[in-house]
Design a protein around this ligand. Structure first.
Ligand code: FAD
Length: 567
């Protein structure tokens, strides 16, 4: 008998599962149950439609029930919610909106029906968190998760013409929406409760993103929470008592997995709060598989169980869940959490573990940051790219990477993601033979250079410290000397209070100015001249020297240093 495959949820994970199942079996009876009015839509494109970058709403609708039927022979039930799983009877109760009809056996209220399955795939995604904020139910307060959410926002912007927007949440969806609101001419504020934007990345990247947003007219308020929405006054009140203009308010503070159906069916939940699945994406019921934002998976670097609510993992998991539901034996080895987003003219991307996450996971963490042109400096259009590699100091294994810049950011992060999958070490990365011509890269790509910097650290040839480590060293009982080897004009503009300035080109002739009884921490703009200075100092017998990884750019991005600025 043909396998009856029922899939709950018809977007990234569910739609992929259905298409894959059909490719594997011409006989299977495949049904998608989707609560919303659309199947297979591009949620990742929603902010760009609001911004106006995607002009046609129809472009976001990737498939229709008719298309699924004609191309794949898959039945799609829209506006139909799976409300109960009878695991013993292997059937799902479906509640259909209004006039819907289903060829199952009617049972209970007229619009409920049971649908039998041999195998069930849950791909229900998650729901955006709506914090219990006073006034959150006001008509100018929105979330963005579905096409109807997007339509509501666009309608409100078009009809009410608000002049200002507040976004609660400085994660990537909130930041994409900050750009969208600015593109529509609204004065826009992002409010993030944590001390930095993009809390999943290391702090210096949060600072770089904030500066970029501010340069495009977005106000950034970190370390404060949105407390009350005063819809009538078109303002919000923050936890520090301040008020911010807010004609429209968007909450984008995280996503919670959609688990009520699974938990009421008695399926096991994992330690991070997602639906528990094994490597085959099988739940605690052997006939039920699951994929996407609702499940928890293994983080490939740390080995911890985590939730990775991103489209790439959801799609790949949907494919594997369908294959295994139809009798194959495919394995999902885990996710890296590779992500990228656009912040006006900048691109921000990361993969694997941040320095903070790597430390929490128990690694002995090292990191190398370079600020390099994305292609040869002499070829027109070179843009500075900040790239940070995080590695295990014990053996140089790559643990993660983060990057910020205008060009070439995602390329470096994709290389790093591939390296993480191959469990490569810094030594391997120094040897990566990457494509080069002046318009594209440098003979030593930034990723090669960052790996060389990390290797120099590991081998003790040019020991590194992060800006955060420098900050805590300066606050210790025996603070090191900060030797700033930038040129005098750079130093005069801004420098760490109490630092000594000897430009690197004068250092060989000024060695007697450098104290020999104190640890010396060298600092330049990016870390490159710091490395040269460190070697000069070592060569002259001054041994206790560290180079600040990423130099003054990383110090400024880290923040919290006593900075003196010139006139
Ligand atoms: P979803 O795509 O959320 O689909 C789940 C579906 O299940 C929903 O349509 C829901 O209606 C349905 N459902 C739930 N319960 C039931 C039920 N009981 N009965 C019937 N149907 C049910 N990720 C990236 O990697 N890159 C990006 O740039 C990116 N941008 C994003 C921008 C926005 C605005 C949003 C909202 C998300 C973005 N994401 C991005 C995240 C990405 O879209 C999700 O990770 C992905 O869609 C998850 O797929 P999924 O199948 O698990 O869940």
């Amino acid at each position: 008998m043909a396998t009856r495959l029922v899939i709950v949820g018809g977007v990234a994970g569910g739609a992929t599962a259905a298409a894959r199942a059909r490719r594997l079996s011409e006989d299977a009876e495949i049904t998608i149950i989707e609560r919303g009015p659309y199947v297979s839509f591009a949620n990742c494109g929603l902010p760009y439609f609001i911004a106006g970058a995607i002009a046609k709403r129809s472009k976001l609708l990737l498939q229709t029930p008719e298309g699924f039927d004609s191309r794949y022979g898959v039945k799609v039930l829209l506006r139909s919610e799976a409300v109960e799983i009878d695991r013993a009877g292997k059937r799902v109760k479906v509640r259909m909106a209004g006039d819907r009809a289903l060829g199952g056996q009617a049972d209970g209220p007229a619009d409920d029906a049971w649908l039998d399955y041999d195998k069930l795939i849950l791909a229900q995604g998650g729901n955006p968190v709506m914090p219990p904020v006073e006034g959150a139910g006001s008509p100018n307060v929105f979330k963005l998760w579905t096409i109807p959410d997007m339509d509501r926002i666009v309608k409100y912007l078009d009809e009410e013409k608000p002049q200002s927007a507040v976004i609660a949440g400085g994660g990537f969806i909130g930041l994409e929406m900050a750009e969208a609101f600015r593109e529509r001419g609204l004065s826009t504020t992002v409010v993030e409760m944590m001390p930095r934007l993009m809390p999943a990345m290391d702090p210096e990247f949060g600072s770089m993103i904030a500066s970029r947003l501010e340069s495009h007219g977005v106000a950034v308020r970190t370390g404060v929470a949105l407390k009350t929405v005063h819809a009538g006054e078109r303002e919000v009140e923050l936890s520090d008592g301040s008020r911010v203009p807010a004609g429209v308010v968007l909450f984008s503070v995280g996503v919670r997995p959609e688990l009520s159906l699974a938990t009421s069916a008695g399926l096991s939940i994992g330690s991070s709060g997602g639906l528990l699945v094994d490597e085959r994406l099988q739940t605690s019921d052997p006939d039920i598989f699951a994929a996407g934002d609702m499940v928890e998976v293994v983080q490939r670097v740390s080995g911890k169980r985590v939730r990775v609510p991103l489209a790439g993992p959801a799609n790949r998991q949907g494919r594997i869940a369908a294959s295994n539901a139809l009798g194959q034996n495919m394995r999902y080895a885990g996710a890296l959490g590779t992500s990228v987003f656009k912040a006006f003219d900048a691109t921000v991307a990361s993969t694997g573990l941040s320095e903070t996450a790597a430390r929490e996971a128990g690694f002995q963490v090292g990191s190398a940051t370079v600020h390099k042109d994305h292609h040869s400096a002499y070829y027109p259009g070179a843009k500075e790219l900040s790239l940070k590699l995080v590695y295990d100091r014990r053996d140089g294994r790559l643990l993660g990477a983060q990057a910020f810049g205008e060009e070439g950011v995602e390329k470096r992060i994709d290389v790093a993601a591939t390296a993480l999958l191959g469990q490569l070490h810094l030594a391997d990365l120094t040897e990566l033979d990457l494509a080069y011509a002046p318009p594209y890269s440098s003979a030593n790509d930034p990723i090669n250079v960052a790996a060389m910097v990390g290797m120099n650290d590991l081998e003790g040839y040019s020991p590194l410290e992060t800006a955060a480590e420098l900050k805590s060293a300066l606050n210790s009982d025996s603070p090191p000397l900060v030797l700033d080897v930038r040129n005098r004009n750079e130093y005069d503009e801004r420098h760490i209070a109490g630092s000594l300035n000897i430009p690197v080109d004068e250092l060989r002739f000024s060695l007697d100015e450098v104290p020999r009884d104190r640890a010396v921490h060298v600092l330049d703009r990016t870390g490159f001249r710091g490395h040269l200075a460190l070697r000069i100092l070592n060569g002259s017998g001054i041994a206790k020297v560290m180079n600040v990884s990423g130099g003054f750019l990383s110090v400024e991005a880290e923040g919290g240093f006593p900075i003196e600025a010139g006139e």
